[in-house]
Design a protein around this ligand. Structure first.
Ligand code: ZN
Ligand code: ZN
Ligand code: ZN
Ligand code: ZN
Length: 288
């Protein structure tokens, strides 16, 4: 064993359980983060190779797995021994001191933070592959890419659903068409994703608007929906609410979360339809 390597565990024999640390100053490979990187690599789940988060669960021999893989397996895939109920508390404690790289490091993100913080960073990381804003519309666009490429993609593929004036009139039959509507507004030098969904079980319609650009403060903007009386431009009713920040990992329930949405009953909306069953409504993006 080279002189600059010392065992930091009590035993004098060399086993693969021992952790070695380089304490030399001049050695060319010396790097203050080597130990941390080595520990992090030990915290990769043996099945899915992603970093494991607390609780760290193990088999009877001590092989550790992430919670989602652990829940899936019947026995340890490494040693075939049964699963254990015990947790690895020491490793969980060490884990809480480490800085984890953002999972989008391979796409260029250089951010790292403790396990408690890194997950919330990853939901807004600009290197996360963002889904297409039209993902949930009836065409179910499967595109994913850099957050900074989202608008270019929308302009290329969904240009018929991008509007450049802050107020847009819609005339459509809500029930016959898709139950999720998405429109992008390119106004005030920024981009907004206006969406509504119809929950056919409860009869609720949910309306929400997201600010797609990271540099824009969403709370500086609001949106308004005006529903018109049948065959006229007299207001039947209107709704107004704040815009929200877009997060790349939102699924459909996050997107239409009740705390962010304006709610209206479909029956109320439908009451003002014309004879063809078409509703007439306008959406307006407002700078506060
Ligand atoms: Zn796993
Ligand atoms: Zn095992
Ligand atoms: Zn990141
Ligand atoms: Zn798309």
């Amino acid at each position: 064993m080279p002189e600059y390597v010392k065992r930091i565990c009590g035993s004098s024999s060399t086993t693969d359980k021992e952790v070695m640390v380089d304490i030399s100053v001049d050695h060319e490979e010396h790097h203050p983060f080597h130990l941390e990187i080595s520990i992090l690599s030990e915290l990769e789940c043996l099945i899915c190779r992603k970093y494991m988060f607390s609780p760290l669960q193990q088999c009877m021999s001590g092989h550790i797995f992430c919670t989602s893989c652990f829940d899936e397996i019947q026995e340890c895939p490494i040693c075939r021994k049964p699963k254990s109920n015990s947790r690895c508390f020491t490793l969980e404690k060490i884990q809480s001191w480490l800085l984890y790289p953002c999972e989008y490091e391979y796409r260029g993100c250089t951010y790292s933070d403790t396990i408690q913080v890194i997950e919330s960073h990853q939901t807004v990381c600009k290197f996360a592959p963002a889904p297409c804003p039209f993902k949930y519309r009836n065409n179910n666009c499967r595109w994913r890419g850099l957050h900074s490429d989202v608008i270019a993609h929308c302009k290329r593929v969904h240009s018929e659903n991008i509007f450049t004036s802050p107020r847009k009139m819609f005339t459509s039959s809500i029930e016959k068409k898709d139950t999720i509507h998405v429109t992008v507004f390119e106004v005030f030098n920024t981009h907004f994703q206006f969406c509504w969904c119809l929950d056919k079980v409860t009869g609720y319609m949910r309306f929400v608007t997201y600010c797609l650009d990271e540099t824009t403060v969403a709370t500086n903007f609001s949106f308004q929906i005006v529903v018109f009386k049948k065959n006229s431009y007299f207001n039947a009713f209107f709704l107004k609410g704040p815009c929200h920040s877009y997060e790349t990992d939102m699924d459909i329930s996050d997107m239409f979360n009740d705390e962010k949405c304006l709610l209206a009953f479909f029956d109320t909306f439908n009451m003002w339809c014309d004879e063809k069953g078409d509703s007439k409504y306008a959406v307006k993006i407002i700078k506060n």
